[in-house]
Write a protein that binds this ligand. Structure first.
Ligand code: K7E
Ligand code: CUA
Length: 639
């Protein structure tokens, strides 16, 4: 992923990329997996022993050092969704410093996102909505490991999926998924990210064109299989009931989705009436075969395969969708690192359901593939893994993270499992830690791969209550960092991190698996690169095309004169090759604002509709003469 520009040494003399990471990465990883003493880790890290073991719930014991000194780098990137702020946030782990924000579904002025022609057209063509609701950031994998290419994230609000290019940490594609109203779950089919799946949550008439308005029994939802390269929807499968979260298996065969409304209801009490709902297991190669054989209807421009229970495609020996009965309104589902089990969390029931993936392909009754139902506590939502055989599940109602032993839960089922009443825990429970408060997702480092690192876990808590300075009625949420690398000491709460509304899921990726560029490569975009001394103005029938370079501290033209009513396009290149040196083009009273990182070109088109003088200026502080970096746009009155 490198190119000739990334190696350029800047005038700012930044050497930080060459520094040693905080912890010695190679030996650390193996010995943490073996559950070595934190003291040993501390000596590597120059540990200072920062935690007390008071009874305030802060930490049980030990001295985990999550301190990352100034100038040092973190070991991991964490990609957190931003919920209805419509973005992705990038944190460093373990420092929990926020490193960057990536706008996805909404305009964002600091990055000029949704202001230049390219990104505003992308937002327009994917529906023209001004906001989105990101929940599940998933990172592309090759051979069940992060490959550093892309992040994907859903839009629960408007049924879309976006792709973020991890060379530039920017959104480069958005698809408006046909036939889906709310796309909730998002995940990849592994080992090689053959598809990105969007899981449709809201059941609607199919197609939703005014038919069946008051006939909720006929509403349906679909999963959509999206090609990660083209971002085209390849096919969809229509099912009974709604769907919620999803996870793809690691050997290319199965995809799992939970659902909470097998009742086909439209009110909350009806939706939670039944004692069981489904996990649906989609047999991907069988679906692909049905598509190849033309066994689908084309709806909304995509092949839609019928995966409802009565479908003939679910009749033979190889049903395309298997419906498993699990306890009431399951929420999260995630596949274990070894691809042995899919674990679905009960939400309105204190158990998780463990599905044996191998047996799923063999048994006649899919319910026979359920091999465990540990009673964990109140409100299990999501589950993550440490690669040492433990699962970690958030308990929303109890405000706990529960650590449990997966194989022990399988052994205990059904005879040793207590009645699920919340008081008696499964013998599989190893320990619980209080979190503050009411966790939704949790994520462990590289938990979605075949090889989790087993050191850090973030609990994404919905409420912070009084743990931070009061900032008014809307409180920050609280992302808590928990050390899970020591099975003897147990889980240790290390850090509270206030966060803006609202992270749902996250992915934590080793820093060395992502290789972002320092400057743009003009070969990666279509806009014309404009050298500073080749700046030119092209005029044609009421259209003015200004092509100009920019550098410290001037634009290619000091004055640009146009006529009132002209349609004006600026193509502007930042010709700098020095990392960190950004310029921008801001034009007051014309809503023009484009960001230009080194070697980047952006284009913006607008109408000059008011005569007058407008100072075009650079909005990034680029040098001591930054304030002087401005030119005039002169709009002459129409005759
Ligand atoms: Cu549980 Cu959208 Cu993954 Cu929120 S979902 S918490
Ligand atoms: Cu260029 Cu400020």
């Amino acid at each position: 992923m490198t190119d000739e520009h990334t190696a350029i040494e800047g005038e700012s003399g930044d050497e930080s990329a060459d520094r040693e990471p905080l912890f010695d990465r190679i030996p650390r990883r193996n010995f943490m997996k073996a559950g070595a003493a934190v003291g040993a880790m501390g000596s590597l890290a120059g540990c200072t022993g920062v935690l007390d073991d008071g009874d305030d719930g802060l930490a049980s014991a030990g001295d985990v050092d999550a301190y990352v000194p100034p100038g040092e780098h973190d070991d991991y990137y964490a990609f957190l969704s931003g919920g209805h702020s419509g973005e992705i946030r990038v944190y460093g782990v373990p420092s929990m410093r926020q490193l960057m924000r990536i706008p996805v579904f909404g305009r964002e002025s600091a990055r000029g996102y949704g202001f230049d022609d390219r990104t505003s057209e992308m937002l327009e063509e994917s529906g023209g909505y001004t906001w989105g609701d990101t929940h599940h950031p998933r990172i592309s994998q090759t051979d069940n490991d992060y490959d550093g290419r892309w992040a994907f994230v859903n839009d629960k609000a408007n049924g879309r999926m976006a792709r973020i290019n991890l060379k530039y940490f920017e959104t480069d594609a958005i698809v408006d998924i046909p036939n889906q109203q709310g796309t909730h779950g998002a995940c990849c089919l592994l080992p090689d990210t053959k598809y990105v799946f969007g899981v449709g949550e809201f059941r609607v008439p199919m197609p939703n064109d005014g038919r069946d308005l008051d006939d909720p029994d006929s509403y349906t939802s679909t999963i959509a299989a999206i090609d990660p390269e083209t971002m085209n929807v390849e096919w969809e499968v229509l099912v009974d009931g709604n769907m919620d979260n999803g996870d793809g298996g690691k050997d290319g065969r199965w995809f799992f989705a939970t659902g909470y409304n097998s009742e086909n209801a439209t009110t909350v009490s009806e939706m939670s009436a039944s004692d069981t709902d489904w996990v649906k297991a989609f047999d991907v190669p069988a679906i692909e075969e049905a598509v190849e054989n033309g066994e689908y209807d084309e709806i909304g421009g995509v092949p839609v395969v019928d995966g409802t229970r009565d479908s003939p495609l679910n009749d033979g020996d190889r049903p395309i969708v298997r419906y498993l009965d699990v306890s009431k309104s399951p929420h999260g589902v995630s596949v274990t690192p070894d691809n042995k089990y899919a674990i679905a969390s009960g939400k309105l029931d204190p158990t998780c359901s463990i599905i044996d993936i191998e047996q799923l392909g063999e048994v006649d009754d899919p319910n026979d593939a359920i091999v465990g139902r540990p009673n964990l506590g109140m409100g299990p939502l999501h589950t993550a893994y440490d690669g040492r055989g433990h699962a970690y599940t958030t308990l929303f109602i109890d405000s706990d993270v529960v650590k449990w032993d997966i194989e022990r839960a399988v052994e205990a089922y059904p005879d040793e499992e207590p009645e699920p009443n919340g008081d008696n825990e499964s013998p599989a429970v190893v320990e619980k830690i209080d979190v503050h408060y009411n966790p939704g997702h949790l994520i462990a480092s590289e938990s979605y791969t075949a090889d989790p690192q087993g050191d850090w876990l973030i609990s994404l808590n919905k409420l912070s209550k009084d743990r931070f300075l009061n900032v008014g009625p809307m409180k920050p949420e609280n992302d808590q960092l928990i050390y899970i690398g020591d099975d003897e000491e147990g889980m240790q709460l290390v850090k509270d991190t206030p966060s803006y509304a609202e992270p749902h899921d996250a992915s934590i990726v080793s820093a060395d698996k992502i290789d972002p560029a320092d400057v743009y490569d003009p070969a990666d975009y279509d806009e014309e690169y404009v050298e500073f001394d080749e700046s030119e103005i092209v005029r044609e029938d009421g259209r003015v095309h200004v092509k100009m370079g920019s550098q410290r501290n001037e634009f290619g033209f000091h004055d640009v004169t146009v006529q009132e009513g002209d349609e004006v396009t600026f193509t502007v290149t930042n010709i700098e090759t020095t990392q960190d040196i950004l310029h921008s083009l801001a034009i007051p009273e014309h809503d023009v604002n484009i960001k230009l990182a080194p070697q980047e070109t952006r284009e913006v088109t607008f109408t000059a509709d008011e005569p007058g003088v407008y100072w075009m200026y650079c909005a990034f502080f680029c040098s001591a003469l930054h304030l002087e970096m401005r030119s005039r746009l002169i709009v002459e009155p129409a005759e």
